[in-house]
Structure formats: structure tokens, C-alpha cells
Design a protein around this ligand. Structure first.
Ligand code: PFF
Length: 452
């Protein structure tokens, strides 16, 4: 590993870091609220198609560019561009990840507040109380803003101090624990009265609810969840070893990521239906649902409920942190290597920019109603704009770049390696990345614009 380019200690570490980037609030917070707003099972089916048909090939495309160039995102694209402006995709990634980090930190800040609240046993009451608690906290001007800044600073410290390796290693133990807790909470949630309706909502597709908007939301969710189209995967792949099998790595990460999202859905909806929370409650969904699981499913064993709630929020914060580190790293590596600023200085530029975006997002959730545009909070606007436009657009151009522009030999050599798969799927891959992925993204875009 080039030591000036970062601090990953091992080859396994870098794969774990990539998985850590993918698994986060996108799975546990965003996936359930998107599913709830888009009619349940039918949305999930489209989401799965997007993951496997567009997500995995898109991931491999970013991996190819990153590993081949072993540089920051913008440089990686530029190295293969022959003087043409493909480097813009890398710049776009820096910009997109900055916006995402801004609003993501707000939600991560909410998780910090809920961690604190669960330690203090503050969110104890019926479903109405739980709902009110979130409404009053999130519309407060001070606390959400401070938690947001705190989370970005925490990310900054990890990125600058190079303790990331320790965090990634700790998450190797702690993420399986999060997985186990998710399973426990799925069982707890499903044991509540009337929970079956929630399971049905997740498993019984109603295709009458599918419209172009649902498709673009599913596409955006798939890209957001895989960290695709921000150059994050390209940045991390620049640290991959030659032995890493790119297709296998992408498939494993996508599988794990999807499994966790589905479990999160199974944890939230049965409880939401049981206590009467609307599935389309939006970004507040998990915060107004989860405390009910801790309170009601463990009513006869309050100590167990208490311990599980504290542990769960702590692990959620950690999962969010491994994702925010990856977003921060995109900007930090870019400013450091491309702008010739010190790594520390580069990290500060990223941190300050994200804090500014984050503060506006935090205030837009109630404290400053003027920060609402077209009926959506600034946080929601940033979320939709990045997931539904910037990320798919970057992935579209990345597929064109890898499929049509860069030498086929480079793509072939990166795709084919020492693994048992060798180049078996290369032809299929090239077809996907040349035709299927760009066309599907284009069609969804044109639908969204009302052209088709
Ligand atoms: N994939 C992350 C999640 O699901 O929480 C979010 C994310 C991380 C998006 C890194 C973009 C990114 F560059």
C-alpha cells in the first residue's frame, strides 16, 4: 500500500472498508422509508433487479478504473482519458459525496441522539409519545445541528488520525453483532400483535403501485446503498490488490448489503403496522417505529429491551461512521492529491463544506421552515437530488467510459484474474456495461423527465 495514499493495513482491510461503506444508514434508515413510500413489495422487486442488473456491473466498472489507476477518483478517470474530459466524472463524485455527507450526518446525528436517549431511557411511552419525541427533537434548532457537526468532526478525526484501520477491524467483529441484533429485532417485531400485515406489505407485490417514479426511487436506492456513482468505490478500489476478484467482491458486497436492507424492512414494517405508524412516514420512519419495538416487544423484560436498544443504536452509529469515512475520504484524497494541499488541509476543506451543508439540512427539518422547496425539506432535496440524479448519471457515464472508451484490454485484464472464474463472464459483463446498464439508466431518466 502506498503509505502516502492512506492507511489501510491489509488487503482484507480494504475489502472490509468497502463493505463498511456500503452498509450503513442507506440500508437501515433509507431502505425502509423508501419501501414504505413506494408501496412495499413491488418496490423491493424492482430494487433487486436494479442491484443485480445495474448495481453489480456498475460497481465492477468503478473497481476497474480505481484499481487500474491506483489514484484518487479524478486522477483515476483522467489517467485513462487520453486528454478527454472524462475526469469530470471524478470531480462529480467529489461534489456528490460532499452533499451526501452533509445530509447523511444529520441522520447519523439523530442516531447519536437516540443512542443518548436510550442510555437515559428517555423514549419510554406509547406510539404517540414516540412520535412526538421525534417531532420535537428534529424540529429543535440546536440539538440536531450540534449532533450533525459532532458526527462530521468525528469522521474528520478518524480520517486524519489514520485510526480508520482500527475502526474497520473493530467493525469486523461488531458488524456481525449488528446482524445478529437485526435478526433478534426482526423476531421481536414480528411477534407484535397485527405484525403480519407488515410482513404482507413487504412480501406481496402490488404492481398497480408501480409508476416511473417508483422505478427511479428504486434505482436511486440501489445506487445509494451500494455507494455507487460517487467515485467512492473507485477510490477504495485504488487500494485493492491485483489478486482481488472484482466481480466476486462486488457480488458479495451487493448480497450482504441487500440482505441487511431486507432484514431492516422486516424489523420496521411489522412493528409499524402493529402500532399504527404510517409506512409512508418518510425519513422519520425508523425513529418513530423502533422505540416501539424496544418498549412493546420487551415489555415483560425491560432490562433486555434496554440493553438491546443501547447496543443497537451504538452499532448503527458505527455502521454510519464506516460509511461517512468513505465519503470523507473521497474529498480528502482529491484535495490532497489534486490540489496539492496537505492531507490535513484537504480534510478540513471537506469537513467545513459538509458542516455547512449539514447545518442547512438539520435546520430544514422543522426549525427553519423556509428551507423547504417544492414541499420537501432541504435534507430531502439533497437526498433525492444525489440518489436520483447525480449517482445514476455518474454511473451511466462510467459504464460508457468502461464499455466503449478505455482499451478493451485494460477492462479484460482487470476483470480476469487469478480466481477460478478467470474470464468466464467477461463477454456477459462487457455486454451489460456497454448496452444494458446505460440503456436502462437512460430509459428511467427519460421517464422521469416525462419524455418517454
Ligand atoms: N452506501 C451507504 C449506505 O448505504 O449507508 C451510503 C453512501 C456511502 C453513499 C458512501 C455514498 C457514498 F459514497
Amino acid at each position: 500500500m502506498e503509505n502516502s495514499r492512506g492507511s489501510f493495513g491489509s488487503k482484507l482491510g480494504v475489502i472490509l472498508a468497502t463493505a463498511g461503506s456500503a452498509v450503513g444508514l442507506g440500508n437501515i434508515w433509507r431502505f425502509p422509508y423508501m419501501t414504505g413510500q413506494n408501496g412495499g413489495a413491488a418496490f423491493i422487486l424492482i430494487y433487486l433487479v436494479c442491484i443485480f442488473m445495474l448495481g453489480i456491473p456498475g460497481m465492477v466498472a468503478e473497481f476497474i478504473i480505481g484499481r487500474h489507476s491506483a489514484a484518487n477518483a479524478a486522477r483515476s478517470y483522467k489517467n485513462l482519458s487520453n486528454g478527454k474530459p472524462w475526469g469530470v466524472i471524478g470531480y462529480m463524485g467529489v461534489f456528490t459525496s460532499m452533499i451526501i455527507l452533509g445530509f447523511y450526518a444529520v441522520v447519523a446525528g439523530w442516531c447519536l441522539q437516540y443512542l443518548y436517549a436510550s442510555i437515559m431511557a428517555e423514549v419510554q411511552g406509547d406510539a404517540n409519545f414516540v412520535k412526538e419525541y421525534f417531532a420535537s427533537f428534529s424540529s429543535d434548532a440546536v440539538r440536531p445541528t450540534l449532533w450533525t457537526i459532532a458526527f462530521i468532526l468525528l469522521t474528520h478525526v478518524v480520517v486524519v488520525k489514520g485510526v480508520r484501520n482500527g475502526i474497520e477491524r473493530a467493525s469486523k467483529i461488531l458488524m456481525p453483532l449488528l446482524f445478529v441484533l437485526l435478526v433478534v429485532l426482526v423476531v421481536a417485531s414480528c411477534s407484535l400483535q397485527g405484525a403480519w400485515k407488515g410482513v404482507e406489505f413487504l412480501l406481496k407485490p402490488d404492481f398497480s403501485k408501480v409508476d416511473p417514479n417508483v422505478m427511479i426511487e428504486a434505482l436511486g436506492q440501489a445506487f445509494f446503498s451500494l455507494s455507487l456513482g460517487t467515485a467512492c468505490l473507485c477510490t477504495y478500489a485504488s487500494y485493492f490488490s491485483r489478486q482481488t476478484n472484482l466481480l466476486k467482491t462486488a457480488t458479495q458486497i451487493a448480497f450482504l448489503d441487500t440482505l441487511i436492507a431486507i432484514l431492516a424492512g422486516l424489523m420496521i414494517f411489522p412493528a409499524a403496522f402493529s402500532v399504527g405508524v404510517q409506512p409512508d412516514s418518510g425519513p422519520s420512519l425508523i425513529f418513530i417505529t423502533l422505540p416501539n419495538v424496544f418498549n412493546e416487544a420487551f415489555a415483560s423484560m425491560p432490562v433486555v429491551g434496554y440493553v438491546i436498544s443501547v447496543l443497537f443504536y451504538a452499532l448503527l452509529v458505527l455502521a454510519a461512521l464506516t460509511s461517512t469515512i468513505s465519503m470523507h475520504e473521497i474529498g480528502t484524497a482529491f484535495f490532497y492529491e489534486e490540489m496539492h494541499i496537505s492531507r490535513r488541509g484537504g480534510a478540513w476543506i471537506e469537513t467545513v463544506a459538509c458542516c455547512v451543508i449539514g447545518v442547512f439540512c438539520a435546520l430544514s427539518c422543522g426549525a427553519v421552515p423556509e428551507l423547504t422547496f417544492f414541499g420537501k425539506s432541504f435534507l430531502n432535496c439533497c437526498d433525492n437530488f444525489t440518489a436520483q440524479w447525480l449517482m445514476p448519471m455518474a454511473s451511466f457515464f462510467t459504464c460508457i467510459f468502461v464499455g466503449w472508451y478505455i482499451p478493451k484490454k485494460v477492462v479484460h485484464d482487470e476483470f480476469t484474474n487469478w480466481s477460478t472464474l478467470r474470464g468466464t463472464f467477461f463477454g456477459v459483463y462487457l455486454f451489460m456495461v456497454r448496452f444494458v446498464c446505460p440503456l436502462c439508466i437512460l430509459i428511467i431518466f427519460l421517464h422521469q423527465l416525462g419524455v418517454l
